[in-house]
Structure formats: C-alpha cells, structure tokens
Design a binder for this molecule. Structure first.
Ligand code: FAD
Length: 453
C-alpha cells in the first residue's frame, strides 16, 4: 500500500514516522515537498536579516516546513495551536501530547516542563488589566536545534524505507484513478495525506473545490508584529517563554491575542508569492535587543462572504501594494497621531528595527479601522502587564495574517469526504502550531493504520 504525503512540515513528517514505525513493510511512504532540503535551507539562514524574496520563501517551504526557522516554542497543550478535543477525549489528547514529547526526547532533547513559576501573580496582574493570561506547558527548543531535530526525523523516515521527493510540487488530485499529479510526472496512491501548511492553504482550497470536498471558514487572524525593547518583557517571559494573553476590546467587543513572542528576536518576511506578510523568529546564536510578538485580531465573516482567507489575502495585497512590495513599518506614536512614519522618524525612535527590508508608512491606510482600533486598545491594556509596550517608540510591522482560516470538512480521523484522502496541519485549518500540526499528522496516520489492519 502506498501512502503519499504532500508537505514535509511537522504534520507530514510525523504522519510518515507514525506510519513507518507501525506498519513496517506493509506501507510505502512518499513525501512530496516543493521547497528545499535541510542543508540548503540552513545555508539560507545567513540571508535572514535582509531576506531576499527567495530567502523569505525558504522560511515557509522545505523539509521541516514553516517551523524550521522558528525558535521552536513547543506548546504541549491540546487546546493551544489547534483544538484536539474536536477529534478525541482530553485523556487521549494528553496521551498524544506525551507521545509527541517522547519522539522529541528520543531525538536527544530533554523535554521537561518546569514547575509553575509566577503564574498566579501574572494571572492576577493580567486580570486587573482586564486580560486573560493562559498558562501553557511549554518547551523552548531553540532555533539552533531545529535543523538537528528535523535531520534526525528525516533520517528515521528514510532508514525505515520512507522516500522524499524534494523540489517537486503537487498540482492536482485524481481520486478516481488515485493519482497525484506533480509538476513533473504523476504518483499513484492508495492513501493521500495533504499537509501543505499555510503556504499551501489556497492550493488546498482549490483542490477541495475541484473534488467537491466541503470547506468552512474559521475566523482569520489579522494584525501586526509589535517590536519593543526586550527589557520590558523580562519578568513575563520568566513565567512563559511565549506568553498567551487574550484580550476583549471595548469598542467592538472583539477578540485579540498575543502570539509567537520572540525574545531578543528578529522580525522576518513571509513571501506568499503575490503578497508579503511578517512573522518573527529568535535564535540563541544571534540575538537582538528587541522582542517581537504578534498582536492578532480575530475576524469571522458570515453572509454574504464567508471566505475569511480571501478577506485576509485582500488586506495583505493592499498592504503589499502600499509598501511597494515590502511590509509597512510604523512607530506606534505615528499611528496614534495619524501620520505616516518615515526613516527619519524611525531613526528618532529608541528602538532599532530588526527587519530593514520594509517601507515606513501608515498602517491605517492598509487595514480596516476596526482592526486598527482593536490593536490600539489591546496595546493600551497590555501596557498594564508589560509596562512600556504601548510607548510611542514601539514599532509595528504589517501585515501579520494567519492563513489557517480555511477549514476542510473531515471526520474525526481527518479523512475527507473522498475516501482515503486525508488532511493534516495548518493548511487544512486543523492546527495552528508545530505540536498541533504533529498531532494532526499522527491522527491521519493512525486512521490509515487502522484501515491497513
Ligand atoms: C517564522 C515562523 C516562526 C514560527 N514559530 C513557531 C513556534 O515557535 N512555535 C510553533 O508552534 N509554531 C511556530 N510557527 C508555526 C509553525 O511553523 C506551523 O504551525 C507548522 O510548521 C505547521 O506545520 P504544517 O506541517 O501544517 O505545515 P508547514 O510547516 O507549513 O509545512 C508544509 C510544507 O508543505 C509544502 N507544500 C505546500 N504546498 C505544496 C505542494 N503543492 N506540493 C508540495 N509541497 C507543498 C511547503 O513547502 C511546506 O514545507 C512559526 C512559523 C513561522 C513561519
């Protein structure tokens, strides 16, 4: 039996490992990955400070997936980075978390979770500001360790007979003849797992539409990356390396959250082909004096337009047009005073931007008034927990948009309405982080294993 997996991100890699370890010679596993292999990706980290367009694409694509250039903030929670309780009981979800932690341990990392430290106090301070702080079992792998980890998983997969087709792009699915069409040649499959990540979310949506697989649209997260001096957040990150704050805004009663905090990190570009977004990463071997985090507003749409992904894309395209093909940077004070930032004004700020391939401008020209109002309000509230974050000198980069809004309709085992075609990971809207993506890959693999038995 042949299982073809599209995407060598965490979802695809963990699906492959689970299959090969449990089905032995009964399965042939082939992973199709349109990006580059590990060694070539490691080389391109050198270009990350001023990423060339191609370098920015490498951030999202290649063996290891989008998380490859992150600092590996691993959230071992069934309800952070996706909601596993949609697919299993809490007890089963906790066991799955432990199973994933064991695989990381096997690769040589000492995954352990420190005793709660300062959680109650942070929760109390946040509550006083009208914010919810969500404590999470977290492990910080460190960016320098990710290539080692991904290399280990790839070796495990190949030693068990798994094959990689790297630099090859999946184009179409023919479910009648069970053929996956690639940019060059075709592959027969018995089972297919589509795990193309956020970069492939639009492609997956097209495939679903061609095959008549139902989709629905989760809310999309639209916002900015906030950059400020690391000294401001030191006390908070002692409690959680990637602190999760949930905020309700006054004027619109909307939901805003912090996401992906990078202490001493860098802001980075994500290239989606026809538009640019921002993200952040941190490394141990190269550090800045700044911390960045995403501040994201959740936007749900009903009728007549439900396609939140398209809504996010149209904002991203407008921002990219206004930025002349680059992300927009603005000082918070300039945004408050309704004026665009210029390099001259940015230079007067006490913070040096870590991403220089940007255009100083006015974020309010690119994002709806409601998003801007929510961001300004959320920063005012956060300032009570992270004093100084709402200073005029704080830098905002836009757009930061999370394209896991498209949700493919599946059963609880992640099989679509087309028999033997599964989905996993962020691109299908079933996860929103490394561990969640690993978990969904394993869920799909276990369902296939069940059928093989
Ligand atoms: C800069 C950055 C920092 C991050 N930091 C963290 C963090 O600290 N902690 C955390 O939990 N999460 C983090 N994330 C998010 C995390 O990387 C993702 O949640 C996770 O990688 C999703 O896994 P996935 O397998 O679903 O998809 P991906 O990792 O996106 O992998 C999908 C793969 O599929 C390939 N692909 C797409 N379409 C095709 C096609 N048609 N044919 C062939 N191949 C295709 C892509 O090239 C890609 O390699 C970060 C993301 C970025 C970009």
């Amino acid at each position: 039996m042949r299982v073809v997996i599209v995407g060598a991100g965490p979802a695809g890699l963990f699906a492959a490992l689970e299959l090969l370890r449990n089905a032995g010679e009964k399965v042939e596993v082939i992973i199709v990955e349109k990006g580059k292999d590990i060694e070539e990706r490691v080389k391109s980290t050198i270009n990350l400070e001023l990423p060339a367009e191609e370098g920015a694409m490498d951030v999202l694509c290649g063996v290891g997936g989008a998380g490859f250039f992150s600092d590996g903030k691993l959230n071992f929670s069934p309800v952070i980075g996706g909601n596993l309780l949609e697919f299993m009981s809490r007890e089963e979800a906790n066991l799955l978390m432990e199973h994933i932690a064991d695989i990381f341990r096997e690769s040589g990392f000492h995954i352990e979770f420190p005793e709660d430290y300062g959680v109650r106090e942070l929760q109390r301070n946040a509550a006083k500001a009208g914010i919810t702080f969500i404590p999470v079992k977290q492990y910080h792998l460190g960016s320098e360790n990710l290539p080692t980890l991904v290399g280990w998983i790839k070796r495990e997969i190949t030693s068990l007979g798994g094959k990689f087709l790297i630099g090859r792009e999946a184009r179409k699915v023919n479910p009648i003849h069970r053929i996956l069409e690639l940019d060059r040649g075709n592959l027969d499959y018995d089972f297919l797992i589509l795990a193309p990540g956020r970069v492939g979310s639009n492609w997956l949506s097209q495939i679903c539409s061609e095959l008549g697989i139902e989709r629905k649209f989760n809310p999309v997260d639209v916002g900015v990356r906030v950059e400020f001096p690391s000294s401001l957040i030191e006390d908070v990150i002692k409690v959680n390396w990637d602190p999760k704050f949930h905020i309700r805004t006054r004027e619109y009663d909307d939901f805003v959250r912090t996401f992906c905090t990078n202490y001493n990190g860098f802001v980075i570009k994500e290239n989606y082909g026809d538009f640019i977004c921002v993200n952040g990463y941190a490394r141990k071997d190269r550090q800045s004096e700044n911390t960045n985090l995403a501040l994201l507003v959740q936007v749900g749409l009903t009728e007549p337009v439900e396609n939140t992904n398209e809504y996010g894309r149209s904002i991203a395209k407008l921002a990219t047009t206004l930025g002349g093909g680059k992300p927009i940077i603005q000082r918070l004070g300039d945004l408050r005073h309704g004026r665009r930032s210029t390099w001259d004004r940015i230079k007067r700020s006490i913070i040096r931007p870590t991403l220089l391939s940007v255009t100083p401008g006015d974020i309010s020209m690119a994002m709806p008034h409601r998003i801007i109002t929510n961001i300004l309000e959320a920063l005012e509230k956060l300032d009570k927990v992270i004093p100084g974050i709402a200073n005029d000198s704080t830098l905002l980069y836009a757009p930061e948009i999370k394209f896991y809004a498209m949700r493919v309709k599946t059963n609880r085992e992640l099989e679509t309405s087309i028999s033997n075609v599964y989905v996993a990971g962020d691109g299908a809207g079933v996860s929103r982080g490394i561990i969640g993506a690993c978990a969904t890959g394993i869920i799909a693999a276990r369902s296939i294993l069940g059928k093989l038995r």
